[in-house]
Design a protein around this ligand. Structure first.
Ligand code: GDP
Length: 445
């Protein structure tokens, strides 16, 4: 996503500063200047940027820095906390409740990605074993019902709508009524959009809200509008009680940083972000995880969620091993297989601490090929080699040469794999502190 560029620039500014031998006020100022310019180019509000700059400076104690005491960590922490602060809406979103109907109404302008997000949202919960369904009450845009029907059919989600009924309020009410009787848990009501914020749109939204009494109103917003997100979010909030926000198209727009911070400033919690046109291009938004990934620091919490979503948490042994910090080449092999199961490799890798650096933007395919090559090499290893925890001891030049021959690769590639494995092993050792349940439940962060 384009935001990766922003993250890359911030991370680079921090790196170049922490690698300096003398860290004085000037060095900190230079770093902050670079971070500010990165944020401004991502369309973040100038006032927010200047307060971030001031606050980071206040957090950093230059005297401590002069002694080199945990220098890197301290600076990283200050920038991290301030970025989180900037994106923190200070309010918690609605949490659907299991075993009862949760009516979720979607609102937003036409073209914002509302219908697509409805399906993504339904699918997200369906994968977590919720009974989800869709109601199309958009009678304004021709073809809206067909689009929702197509999406719903593709994702195997029950839907309701009408080709003949023109009253959106009636459709919404009937659909919600029917699905409540069926015992559905997440009933999503897609409403009409308009090209502009206008009175008729807001009136219709209010009427539908009065008819279906939603538990949450999700406002869908296209991130490409940047700072203007502030006014749009405010206008929708004033018309209906918006409880959550989904921000779309964060895959393609440099203004994403501006939109995210602008919405946070309206005290609206962003719950999901859309990162592409496919149903899987949808991520839970949690400020600390997001900033962590943005800065290339990894996101163990998000990774664990992705593992859970892919059903891989049904493998308690893997969790036990990770929790003990034990990691062998065989585990890495299985991890590669798992990562491929989990979906787009770039997304998964960005959640693993230290791994985002390995992924070059736009070269995910190459990375995937590289993993496949590594797996072929591992296929030529013996059980002892795959199960050792001490690769330095077991791999001699002769063995590496044989493995290379057996797998049709160059010895250099085998060494490269061993080096990569050592990096992974170190990273897993760092994850040791995670509290992981006996049955592989998610760790508490
Ligand atoms: P609606 O009019 O608000 O219901 O918008 P749609 O759901 O029809 O989406 C409008 C266009 O935006 C479609 O072409 C979608 O495929 C596209 N779209 C939706 N969400 C995203 C996203 O997160 N990223 C990208 N790149 N495109 C998106």
């Amino acid at each position: 996503m384009v935001l990766a560029e922003l993250g890359g620039r911030i991370a680079q500014a921090m790196r170049s500063m922490t690698s300096k031998t003398v860290i004085d006020e000037e060095a900190v100022d230079n770093m902050l200047k670079e971070i500010s310019s990165a944020l401004l180019s991502s369309d973040v509000n100038v006032k927010l940027v200047s307060s971030l700059r001031k606050n980071v400076k206040n957090r950093i104690n230059l005297e401590d820095l002069a002694t080199g005491l945990n220098r890197r960590r301290m600076i990283q922490q200050a920038v991290f906390e301030e970025l989180c602060e900037m994106l923190n809406p200070g309010k918690k979103p609605y949490q659907p409740k299991k075993g009862k109907p949760n009516v979720i109404m979607f609102v937003g302008l036409q073209g914002s990605g509302k219908t697509t997000s409805c399906t993504k949202y339904a699918l997200h919960y369906q994968r977590k074993s919720w009974k989800t369904c869709l109601v199309c009450s958009d009678t304004f845009r021709a073809g809206a019902f067909d689009q929702l029907k197509q999406n719903a059919t593709k994702a195997r989600i029950p839907f309701y709508g009408s080709y003949t009924e023109r009253d959106p309020v009636k459709i919404a009410r009937d659909g919600v009524e029917m699905f409540k009787k069926e015992g559905q848990e997440i009933i999503i009501v897609d409403t009409s959009g308009r090209h502009k914020q206008e009175a008729s749109l807001f009136e219709e939204m209010q009427q539908i809200a009065a008819a279906v009494e939603p538990d949450d109103i999700v406002f869908v917003l296209d991130s490409s509008i940047g700072q203007a997100a502030h006014d749009q979010a405010t206008a929708f909030k004033e018309a209906v009680s918006v409880g959550s926000v989904i921000m779309t198209k964060l895959d393609g727009h440099a203004k994403g940083g501006g939109a995210l911070s602008a919405v946070a400033a309206t005290s609206s919690p962003i719950v999901f972000i859309g990162t592409g046109e496919h149903f899987d291009d949808f991520e839970t938004f949690e400020v600390r995880s997001f900033v962590s990934r943005l800065l290339g620091l990894g996101d163990v919490g998000g990774l664990m969620n992705a593992i859970k979503d892919a059903g891989l948490d049904k493998q308690p042994e893997l969790y036990q091993k990770l929790s003990q910090g034990v990691f062998t080449l065989r585990d890495m092999y299985e991890q590669f297989q798992n990562v491929m199961k989990m979906g787009p490799i770039g997304k998964v890798m960005s959640m693993i601490p230290g791994m985002s650096a390995l992924m070059t933007k736009g070269r995910e395919h190459e990375s995937q090929e590289r993993f496949k090559k590594f797996m072929t090499i591992m296929d030529s290893m013996t059980d002892d080699e795959l199960d050792t925890e001490n690769v330095n001891k077991i791999f001699t030049d002769t063995r590496v040469f044989r493995i290379a021959q057996g797998s049709g690769s160059h010895p250099q590639q085998v060494w490269e794999l061993i080096e990569e494995f050592k990096r992974f092993q170190k990273m897993i050792a760092k994850m040791k502190h995670l509290k992981i349940g006996k049955n592989g439940e998610m760790p508490q962060m």
